[in-house]
Ligand binder design. Sequence first.
Ligand SMILES: [Fe+2]
Length: 347
Amino acid sequence: MSEQQQTQRRRQAFYQRIGGDNLTPLWEVFHDLVARTPKTTALPAHWRYSDVRPFVLESGDLITAKEAERRVLVLENPGLRGQSRITQSLYAGLQLILPGEVAPAHRHTQSALRFIVEGEGAYTAVEGERTLMSPGDFVITPAWTWHDHGNESDRPMVWLDGLDVPIVGLFNATFAESYPHDNQAPTRPEGDALARYGSGLLPVDHRAASPASPVFNYPYSRTREALETMRRAEEWDRCHGLKLKFVNPATGGHAMPTMATFMQLLPKGFATAPYCATDGTVFAVVEGSGRTRVGDATFDWGPKDVFVIPNWHRHTHEADEDAVLFSFSDRPLQEVAGIWREERGPA
Ligand SMILES: [Fe+2]
């Protein structure tokens, strides 16, 4: 037996002995724990809306929104199957609510965002206020707020759900409750939160009671108008085109404490410089078409498609026509922890 084999044997015997006391040697795992650059098994992936829409609608024949509690097809990262997650830290799914249906009121410690993909006129109610939803609207249900959804329109409604389920899971801090009735009784008039907090004004003695934005619907009409007006200045970021983040007007911080949300405009013909960041990001196409290249993959996207770029994956976007992309990630928590990092490629 060589000297090296003997050493290995002695080490293995040692590991076994200390294992009985719930001890393990760091040096065997150090380079996995403290990797030089981020490693993830998450993969870039693209869900074409034309491919998945039939399945979403078919789920409407199988189960009611009420029986399912939430009728959602989870968008599972192909590198993380069976874990109900689209990136290492985030969950995403496509939710269907049919005319006349109600998704009953409940609350949970996970924060949720809805990004409206298809349909018009269904509502989300949060803490006693209803908001009607249209495509491109960004709606939030902050942690531990009562929320229910209903569709009083005559067409199916589909939205993208984004939740911090894996993050709350990491802390093992999940709580959930059902409301005694399917719907909350309205306690505030529709549009109250947007008027009160989302008009560049705040009630004079307002003190933020929660880290989440008190505005819970950011209508696409307003977001789109901001992009359209700002584009005239022709100030394009080489990695992002024109990119805005949704903020909590009471704090200036991200709209939600655990998830960052963005809307960006890529004008026709624009090709971004390579970019990567430590926050894996989910993109939803609102308008236009183009492509995103990441590694060996090219995603040719169009309206209503969803795609995901895992963390620290260098990518570029190109727009064939004016394109608007919504996106979300776990960036706020990384910023708080001082670990968020980006790498901007050459022009
Ligand atoms: Fe919920």
